[in-house]
Design a protein around this ligand. Structure first.
Ligand code: ARG
Length: 417
C-alpha cells in the first residue's frame, strides 16, 4: 500500500549548507586569487640600489663646487638628477625607477664628476645582471640630451642597502628619508625617532645633560658659548649621541672647548662655541653631520625650520630624556625687534624663529642645539644655535638663535670645517 513519505522539508534543510559551501568556496578562491595577485604585484618587489658616475664635460670645476651649500653645487646636482630622472621616465624602466640622488661632485682634471645613487623597485625574480645592462643603455642617451654634456661611466655598481647608507651618511645633512631614497617623507608628532636628527648631540656635564650640540664633522660639535660660562673645564664634559640622554648609543669625551672671544653674557652677542671630541667618530645611520650653510645664504622670513632638543617642556620645568622636535618659522629681525617683541635686543648675529601663538619654542636645556632647514635636494642645514628667549613659548617672544651664517668663517677658522 502506498504510504506517503513524510514530507521532510529537505530542500529547506539542506540548501543552507549547499549555499554556505558555495559561498565559502567562492570567497576562498577569490581570497587566494587576490592574495596571489598582491603577492606578485607588490610583495614580490624588492628595492635595488646602483651607483654610477657621470663626467660633466662642459662645466669647469670651481671652488663653489666644494660645498653642497652653494647655489652652484645645488643647481648642478639638480640638473644632473633631473636629466637622469627624465631618461628613466622615458625608458622601459619607468615603472621600476624610483629616485636618484647626486651624492658628491668631485674634480677631475678641470672638469666635474658626479657620483649618483639610483633606486629601483622590481620583481625579486628579475635578473640583476640584465638590470645593469638595461640601466646602462638608458644612461647612454644622456650624452646627447640637454645642455650638460654628460658622459655616463660604463661602470654600474650594485649597492647593498649598507653601501647606500654609507654613501649618504658620509656626506652632510641626510635624514632617513634621503638615506633610503624613499618616496615619502614624514616628520610627525613631537617625539623624535631614532636617526631622525642624527647630528643632535647632548653635551653632558659630569654625565648629566646640560646643553644641546650639533655635529658638524666627525670631530667637531657646534654649540652655544653660554653653556660653558660656569664650567669651562673640558674634563667635566662628554658628548652623547642618540635620542635618549640616559641610554645613549655613543659617549665620547671632550678634548677642548673654544668659545667665541667676543661672547658677551649681558647682550648674549656671539653666543657660539665649538667643542672638539677626544677622538674622531665613525658615522652611521644614526650619527652623522649636518650641513653648514654658506656665509652668503639668506635665511628667508616665514620659511619652515625645526628645532630639536631635550629642553624642558614648560618654563622652569625639567629637561626630558627623549629627544623632541618642534616646527617653527623664521621671524624677520625687524619684526622680532618690535616693541612688543624684543625691542631692539636682537643683534645682527642673531636669528628669531617661532610660531605666532608661541606654543612651539625651545626652552631651558635646548641651548646649543640646532635650528635646521631643508634645502631643495632634501639636505639639512643648521641655520641657528639655540641661544635665548624671554621665558618659553610666549606670543611675540620667539626663540632667539645664533645666526650661523654670520659665524661661518669663524667656524672654519676654529675647526677647518
Ligand atoms: N638659554 C636657554 C638654555 O640654556 C635656552 C633658551 C631658549 N629659550 C627660548 N625661549 N627659545 O637652554
Amino acid at each position: 500500500m502506498y504510504r506517503p513519505r513524510p514530507v521532510i522539508p529537505q530542500s529547506r534543510f539542506f540548501s543552507p549548507f549547499v549555499v554556505a559551501f558555495v559561498v565559502i568556496t567562492t570567497v576562498l578562491i577569490l581570497a587566494m586569487t587576490i592574495g596571489l595577485l598582491i603577492h606578485f604585484l607588490a610583495f614580490d618587489k624588492k628595492t635595488y640600489f646602483y651607483h654610477s658616475s657621470f663626467q660633466i664635460l662642459n662645466v669647469e670645476y670651481t671652488e663653489a663646487l666644494n660645498s653642497p651649500a652653494t647655489q652652484e653645487y645645488r643647481h648642478l646636482s639638480e640638473r644632473i638628477e633631473s636629466m637622469i630622472t627624465d631618461a628613466f621616465r622615458e625608458s622601459n624602466l619607468r615603472s621600476e625607477f624610483i629616485r636618484t640622488h647626486v651624492v658628491k661632485l668631485r674634480k677631475e682634471g678641470n672638469g666635474v664628476i658626479a657620483d649618483a645613487v639610483m633606486k629601483f623597485r622590481s620583481s625579486k625574480r628579475s635578473n640583476r645582471k640584465s638590470m645593469k645592462n638595461r640601466i646602462h643603455s638608458v644612461l647612454q642617451i644622456l650624452s646627447n640630451s640637454g645642455s650638460l654634456e654628460i658622459t655616463p661611466s660604463n661602470e654600474i655598481t650594485s649597492l647593498t642597502d649598507q653601501d647606500t647608507e654609507n654613501f649618504l651618511t658620509q656626506e652632510c645633512g641626510a635624514r632617513p628619508d634621503l638615506i633610503t631614497l624613499s618616496e615619502e617623507r614624514v616628520i610627525g608628532g613631537t617625539l623624535a625617532e631614532t636617526g631622525d636628527w642624527p647630528w643632535q648631540v647632548s653635551l653632558q656635564l659630569n654625565n648629566v645633560h646640560h646643553c644641546g650640540g650639533i655635529l658638524i664633522s666627525n670631530l667637531w660639535v657646534l654649540t652655544a658659548a653660554h653653556c660653558f660660562r660656569s664650567y669651562s673645564n673640558p674634563l667635566q664634559w662628554t658628548a652623547t649621541f642618540g635620542v635618549s640622554t640616559i641610554r645613549p648609543i655613543l659617549r665620547v669625551r671632550v678634548r677642548s672647548i673654544v668659545s667665541h672671544n667676543n661672547y658677551r653674557p649681558t647682550t648674549r652677542d656671539n653666543d657660539i662655541a665649538v667643542v672638539q671630541l677626544e677622538r674622531p667618530i665613525t658615522f652611521n645611520r644614526n650619527i652623522h653631520r649636518v650641513c653648514l650653510p654658506a656665509a652668503t645664504q639668506s635665511i628667508i622670513p616665514g620659511s619652515i625650520a625645526y628645532v630639536t632638543g631635550w629642553g624642558s617642556l614648560t618654563y622652569g620645568g625639567n629637561t626630558v630624556t627623549d629627544l623632541r622636535q618642534g616646527q617653527v618659522r623664521i621671524v624677520s629681525t625687524d619684526e622680532c625687534n618690535e616693541p612688543a617683541g624684543y625691542s631692539g635686543s636682537v643683534l645682527p648675529g642673531m636669528l628669531c624663529a617661532g610660531v605666532p601663538s608661541g606654543a612651539v619654542d625651545a626652552c631651558q636645556g635646548d641651548s646649543g642645539g640646532p635650528l635646521v632647514q631643508e634645502d631643495s635636494r632634501m639636505l639639512w642645514f643648521v641655520v641657528g644655535i639655540v641661544s635665548w628667549g624671554y621665558q618659553c613659548g610666549l606670543p611675540n617672544k620667539p626663540g632667539v638663535y645664533t645666526r650661523v651664517t654670520t659665524y661661518r668663517d669663524w667656524i672654519r677658522q676654529q675647526t677647518g670645517v
